[in-house]
Design a protein around this ligand. Structure first.
Ligand code: S3P
Ligand code: PEP
Length: 423
């Protein structure tokens, strides 16, 4: 799917039902834990997301080179896992993956005794990873301010290490709900842990095999919240989500209350409703440090509704599939909406970096063509603007990374999605 797609909606209330794709984060943890569990176990509702399919394939592969493509969790989880596997493998990825830092995890694993070399540039993929017993020490520290995926990778390995692991998190912690998701899933599979201040302590233990069902993806649900918020009235059923979720992105339910979107939990998922004529807020303010993956969604919603945005906690967005703030600034700029860094002298003495967003999306220039920067979330965050006016999405196939059925699901809500080979 490489030709641009044009996305349009005929107008009127937004209604429909979607069987939402499974959570990529939960699926990838379940796969990695299964690989460490004697006897294995069944995983139900595993998503067809490319990142998930890849992780399963690479866990099973004995080839010399393992290519993670653009999949960050896949890459980081395998970096830890391969340290305990016999043989030596080259772990590589897309051009962008080679720009996403890995040094913090490599240093932590080396402190445990890992046998890892940089195959190209110091601090970045690809890595050559050989077997090691990882028995040099059981007490290490790791900087927690760059990616929680490094920490999750170490935690899942921890119970299998000869004397377990005492992992001290240093500095500010980003993406904390993802660390809790890892620990929560490990508990489901029988692993105990406890916190001693900033240190997570995990003794040697065996994972217990148990059947497991993957919850639907709350990050993906955010695109339906965005649609509901921008619709005049909406009534959507989104299946597969649980009330007590391990996913931090379930905070979308609360965030979109401000936009008049109500969430009701049903036996099978959620129902989103927005009553006719609910007014949007004048200002939306949020710190995304615990839910970085939904920042683009909220930026697009605010643009569509002309809501002023005041955002913080965006410091990890520049090392994701693309520099997401830069990419959103460029794409929203096409609609006359501005996104900019507030100079530190104007944001007080909090040490927090704020970004402001101003303006309401204008379609006076005709159908906008949005670039997607090899980032699935650029495509999925911007597509809902098609509710307001036709939009064109370049390289729409990027959604395969986490949500291959995204456009089919939009069609279930009445959208027309058409290949636009003339552009
Ligand atoms: O552990 C995970 O499943 C993830 C953690 C987050 O990354 P960071 O910890 O790098 O912020 C998130 O952005 C990513 O999509 C998935
Ligand atoms: C950041 C993301 O993924 P990853 O880091 O796993 O590539 C994402 O899905 O938004």
């Amino acid at each position: 799917m490489n030709a641009p797609l044009e996305i349009t909606h005929p107008g009127g209330p937004l209604r429909g039902r979607v069987e939402l794709t499974g959570s990529k984060s939960i699926a990838n943890r379940a796969l990695l834990i299964r690989a460490l569990t004697p006897g294995g176990f069944a995983i139900k509702r595993l998503a067809a997301a490319d990142d998930t399919v890849r992780l399963q394939r690479l866990i099973d592969s004995e080839e010399d080179t393992l290519d993670c493509g653009p999949a960050g969790t896949t890459y980081r989880f395998l970096t830890g896992y391969l340290c305990r596997r016999r043989g030596t493998q080259l772990l590589t990825g897309s051009q962008r993956m080679k720009e996403r830092p890995i040094g913090i995890l490599v240093e932590a694993l080396r402190a445990l005794g890992a046998n890892i070399e940089y195959a190209e540039k110091e601090g970045f993929p690809p890595l050559r990873i050989g077997y090691s017993a990882l028995d040099k020490t059981d007490r290490i520290s790791i900087a927690a301010n760059t990616s929680s995926q490094y920490i999750s990778s170490l935690l899942m390995l921890a119970p299998t290490l000869p004397t377990g692991l005492k992992l001290t998190l240093e500095g500010d912690i980003v993406s904390l709900p993802y660390i809790n998701m890892t620990l929560g899933l490990m508990s489901y599979f029988g692993i105990h842990h406890h916190w001693e201040g900033q240190t997570i302590v995990i003794n040697p233990q065996y994972y217990q095999a148990r059947d497991f069902t993957v919850e639907a993806d709350w990050s993906a649900a955010s695109y339906y919240y965005s649609l509901a918020a921008m619709a005049e009235a909406a009534d959507l059923e989104i299946e597969g989500l649980f009330r007590d979720s391990l996913q931090g992105d379930s905070v979308v339910a609360r965030l979109y209350e401000d936009f008049g979107v109500a969430t009701e939990f049903t036996d099978t998922g959620i129902r989103l409703t927005k009553a006719n004529g609910t007014a949007a807020p004048a200002l939306f303010e949020h710190n995304f440090v615990e839910c970085p993956d939904i920042a683009q969604t909220l930026m697009a919603t605010c643009a569509g509704l002309g809501v002023q945005g005041l955002y913080s906690g965006l410091q990890t967005l520049f090392i994701k599939e693309t520099d997401r703030v830069k990419a959103m600034k460029a794409e929203l700029g096409k609609l006359g909406v501005s996104l900019y860094k507030i100079p530190p002298r104007m944001s007080g003495k909090t040490g927090i970096q704020y970004f402001a967003q101003e303006g309401e999306a204008s379609f006076a220039g005709g159908t906008p063509t949005f670039a997607t920067y090899h980032d699935h979330r650029m495509a999925m965050a911007l597509a809902p603007l098609g509710l307001l006016h036709p939009v064109r999405i370049e390289n729409p196939g990027v959604v395969e990374k986490s949500y291959p059925d995204f456009y089919e699901d939009l069609q279930l809500l009445g959208f027309a999605v058409r290949e636009d080979s003339d552009t």
